[in-house]
Ligand binder design. Sequence first.
Ligand code: G6P
Length: 589
Amino acid sequence: MCGIFGYSGKGNAPEIVVNGLKRLEYRGYDSWGIAYQKKNKIVLYKKAGEIGNFTCSRIIPKAPIAIGHTRWATHGRATKLNAHPHESVDGRFVLAQNGIVENFQELKSKLISKGYKFNSETDTEIIVRLVEDNLKKSDCLLEAVRLAFLDLKGRNTIILLERDKKHIVAVRNGSPLVLGIGGDGIYFASDTLSFADQTDRVIFLNDFEMAEYDNGKLRLFDVNSGEEILYKEKKLPQNSAGIGKEGYDHYMLKEIVEQKHTVREAVQYSQSELRPLIQAIKTAKNIYVVGAGTAGFAAGQIAFFLRKYGGIHAIELKSCEAGSYRNLFSKDDIVIAVSQSGETADTIETIEFAKEKGAKIGSVVNMIGSTITRMSDYGFLSRSGPEICVASTKAFTAQISWGLLIAKAVVGKYEEAKQSIYFLSEILQKFFDQKLFIQIQEIARRMVNIEHCFVLGKGQNSNIATEGALKIKEITYKHFEGFPAGELKHGVIALIEKDTPVISIVSNDDDKADLYSAVSEVKARGAWTIGVAKSKNDLFDDSIILRDAGIADPILNVIPFQLLSYFLGVKLGNNPDKPRNLAKSVTVK
Ligand code: G6P
């Protein structure tokens, strides 16, 4: 993961880079660093921990060119020493990396045998030393970087700043890299959001492309051949820049509340826009829906909708597991990838396997211009706007709203799905009121000292139970486990004792009776029973009563879990926007 940001141009580059890094912190926030030119030197400033409210004033002087990095540690602890950028021994250049050098040990041994020394525990320094080694053969930094890059295995994106010139070099493979062309300067970044308030003119780099900005001149090269390539600027849509908290204490709460609009945005596709994908689904031999983390549960829900409403035998796969089934993919299949960022390494790898076999790729992704979108034959956007909180909320409900639309469109019931999402959006207009917040805060207060909680769902609410539990784990660091209610008696019931909290999701559907049986079984063993349901029932000690959203009910049912996650996390003193050990965009395996 990690975030990379570089700038050269008018204005104060270190300040611009620090601001860019603040917007990239969702990619990792255990340490950070920047490098800038001062007279004939490169100066490094690094810190362990988050950037927080850091500003350059009085600490870092003005400079015309700088690069920076915010880290999610892979190789080496989250210390100042391991923070990027890393410097060459002679101080000629500094380098920051996003990714993992998979042949790290092999390259390190070779370099050690040549007499090179290492200061940090990172794999990044290997790249620095490789570039130094190549510079012994030729003095051209660009060529030295290109050759070093070709020695790396794994998904890596790097950026370098050279001491004596206004010179930035950046290379992409696997991890994202995008250039922003402003009136006053050029931006190099891991995403477009980090500079979207400065310019809407962008260039997306493809894998094995490198960009060089040398004294005001931008050139792109093919890494394999070393030949210069032509590039095309694109324009970002107008609303890409809005990433303020808008009065909320945290992005998480803002993004939860935004769902009243975002579910609607996700289904703004006309029937003719959907037609090619629907046709491909209808004619495919196998339909796989894949994703990771929250997007993995969304993939499960989309596959459920396709089976239940589309009558299509869709199969869900966790991206990290899909490799085991690569022998099954064929040219007659379609893989539908679900992802907020569009950059998740496991999901990209699944797409690569499937593409090798000639399968078609559909996707629903939130980030415009992302890798997965560009790899797709049928790419759709979930249109939730920037999701900054590391834990995904509005992207999840947007993905599954889109999935419901697709599933119904397969059987010619596009309009029914669209209307049901509009109805859900109407319910949500009045949903986020003080009464609900107080009730969920009160449940959160009573959960402060619990260690475990179980979440039961069935059928349409099965993936909702697992996603609901995941959301609470991520922010509270408590053990919440979601599973199908019917599985309870096959093992988990052994863990139920007096006052163990069990939350059950009950819709007005055929599974209601089974859910109540499961609740009775845990109640008989002293559990604290909480219902997310349509009406009160004596079986529940506490009930969160929601309106019936019809076929969109599972989408509504996840929201109380998002709120519980938020309020309990805040009560426990955690930062809901930046949970420990996590990063929003996992671009490494
Ligand atoms: C990380 C994040 C999760 C996210 C998952 C997939 O693990 O912490 O919140 O669900 O990646 O990300 P994607 O961008 O593919 O949806």
